[in-house]
Design a protein around this ligand. Structure first.
Ligand SMILES: CC(C)(COP(=O)(O)OP(=O)(O)OC[C@H]1O[C@@H](n2cnc3c(N)ncnc32)[C@H](O)[C@@H]1OP(=O)(O)O)[C@@H](O)C(=O)NCCC(=O)NCCS
Length: 175
């Protein structure tokens, strides 16, 4: 398996695996996780070196993006979306994508990475963001699932996490 930066030619396969991972009955046909892969490269918060794919036998089997985010005055990164194609799960691909992206982020001097997600992220060093004084919305459930990893112990901002603009719909709703 090879992990490398996303290229435009990966888009169709990346969108297909994100659709398989995230599509629900009530998914918006236009504002969703798989269309995000198409919109992100045009977003000012997109960081090409931090959007990665896992390739196996010439096929895109995993996708991850770390994009520009803010907490108060502090600039860091948000991890989303992350997905691995169904038949390739539980073989370490997701971990390899997360670890490679975090290593790259750290090497770039980024101070922190936030993620909205469950227990999966604890193994990479993420901790609940709520006790650190960081929220993502007015929604208690979402806030409970917000996690953060600090690379720079001196940079522990407090406040509301704001993703780059592709993560919000026209009404300001977070994907
Ligand atoms: C989450 C996901 C990316 C993990 O990819 P993967 O390649 O299967 O991950 P790995 O093989 O590196 O790790 C598998 C381990 O993670 C655990 N795991 C997988 N999904 C998990 C979840 N949602 N919560 C907690 N643990 C999870 C597995 O049980 C396994 O545990 P083990 O190491 O103790 O056996 C993949 O399951 C996926 O694409 N899911 C659908 C999309 C999704 O939920 N994305 C994350 C949104 S925040």
């Amino acid at each position: 398996m090879e992990i490398r930066p996303f290229r435009a030619a990966d888009l169709a396969e990346a969108m297909a695996l994100l659709r398989d991972a995230f599509q629900r009955e009530d998914s918006d046909p236009a504002f969703n996780e798989w269309d995000l892969a198409r919109r992100l490269p045009g977003d000012p918060g997109y960081l090409p070196q931090l959007c990665l794919v896992a390739q196996e036998g010439g096929r895109t089997v995993g996708y991850i993006a770390l994009t520009r985010a803010q907490v108060g005055e502090s600039q860091g990164l948000a991890l989303a979306p992350l997905a691995v194609a169904g038949e390739y799960r539980n073989q370490g691909t997701g971990s390899a994508l997360v670890e490679e992206s975090l290593q790259r982020a750290k090497a770039l001097g980024e101070p922190w990475v936030a993620v909205l997600g469950g227990d999966y992220y604890a193994r990479f060093g993420f901790e609940p963001a709520g006790p650190q004084g960081i929220t993502v919305s007015e929604n208690a459930f979402e806030n409970q699932h917000l996690h953060i990893l600090f690379f720079d112990p001196a940079s522990r901002p407090k406040g509301r996490l704001v993703y780059c603009r592709s993560f919000y719909n026209g009404e300001g709703g977070l994907l």
